[in-house]
Design a protein around this ligand. Sequence first.
Ligand SMILES: Cc1ncc(COP(=O)(O)O)c(C=O)c1O
Length: 368
Amino acid sequence: MKINFVDLKAQYLSIRSEIDEAIQNVINKTAFSSGPFVKSFEENFARAHNAKYCVGVNSGTSALHLAMWALGIGKDDEVIVPTNTFFATPEAVSLCGAKPVFIDCESDYFNIDPRNIEKAITDNTKAIIAVHLYGQPAQMGEIKAIAEKNNLLLIEDCAQAHLSEYKGVPVGTFGICGCFSFYPGKNLGAYGEGGAIFTNDKELYTKMMALRDHGSAQKYYHDYIGHNYRMEGIQGAILNVKLKHLPEWTKKRRVNSDLYRKYLADIKDVTIPLEMSGLKHVYHLFVVRVSERNELIKYLQDNEIYTGIHYPIPCHLQKAYDSLHLQKEKFPISEKIADEILSLPMYAELTEKEIKFVCEKIKEFYKL
Ligand SMILES: Cc1ncc(COP(=O)(O)O)c(C=O)c1O
């Protein structure tokens, strides 16, 4: 039985006629860049997360960059980020000319550890980016309180956390901006690239709308030096179709995570991810910690089961950040888990039979 890490084709086949019709509508109206399909998606996506405003853009990286750019974060500023995240989080800080200040995560939930944040604050700190990694919200209560106490901007990186909730409140509006990615493999994925930013601040919204379109609110009148970060019409139309199915797909991911928990329960070499009580984890990734990881990956591959590692090298140890001179062992938890984490196949279309098969092969590997 072959089990892919993600299966975008299976999802497409389940909604094929709706998607084909949506793409044809965009072509019929030649609304290829921004336009009515993007606008409609922005409104619907904002509603799904109880946000006031949404700016559709062309990637999650653009969303993070545009948010910080519009907030005036730049040279000599520092932004606190977890080192256990995808590289785009600190990269967007660097794109603004500011310095990412890395901090460690906590070992049970993998997210930024609020206890490390205050120690990293200096006179130059402007913002904190809380990443809701793997689909589980960061501890927004504590993080928001620290941001308010120290007069810092709070930005959420929600790239992996569509429809996830912190104590009943959808992620994306705890701070000044919430940034999303619609990379194809995300819980809400485009058929190409895409991203979005939420804010409840009207002035900031207006500025971000202009910056994504060459600093222009009115065609050929440019108030700022901006960029072209517009979302494509076809992506807006596809995302609008997929958004309707997202609650049901999210439910299915959570059912699948329960099945993994059940079938992996008695393997001592596998540590199952913890879910913090009161939070809604949306399982973009189901990440376990294992011993003999490379051998296990190979064993699963030989059995046509494909897995991933998110992420093998913490950001502070990436070559691109050599200039920060951050030594190994600076962030011990992130460094330790980077050698142990393994992302198992996870998507709504996975069946119980497939999950059981993955778990049986893991047991077989550990000779159980
Ligand atoms: C946590 C996180 N932040 C930012 C991004 C960047 O999004 P994109 O790939 O759409 O630029 C991603 C995407 O992989 C991500 O997982």
